[in-house]
Design a protein around this ligand. Sequence first.
Ligand code: RP5
Length: 162
Amino acid sequence: MKKIGIVMGSDSDLHVVSKAVDMLKELDVPYEVHIYSAHRTPEEAKDWARGARAAGIGAIIAAAGMAAHLAGAIAANTTLPVIGIPCKGSCFDGMDALLSTVMMPSGIPVATVAVDGAKNAAILAAEILAVTDEELAEKLESKRRTDAQAVLEKDRTIAAGL
Ligand code: RP5
């Protein structure tokens, strides 16, 4: 199976990214994790993105906050699908990172999830791999069924109790 490449701009993003790691673990999807910054270590970020396909990576998750150019800088250096997670920082409720991640120029796409939306980033990355992996596709279907059951159980509880 291809693996997911996860990169974050700083270890201060780890509390967000760990939710993506947890989701990939739950789905038994292999991954590798790095800290590279679009601004502080631009050469290392570029080199990793350029080597990602040859390293067996099938999709990339890139998380960053503030002037969050990491996902775009990675996407500029690979044609693998890149999923951006804008991370909420101390200002602007993450709007700075959201706009920096989502507003990509035509030709270099970044599939941007919600601010701090690490779990969805992992699910989307798994869905990309599942296009050619029936077993993973079935795991994703099963998770949908389980999640739906959890909602219906809450519905039964609230309907009975109010
Ligand atoms: C971004 O700047 C990082 O992704 C992080 O969200 C933010 C702050 O980084 P630190 O100053 O905490 O290392 O590049």
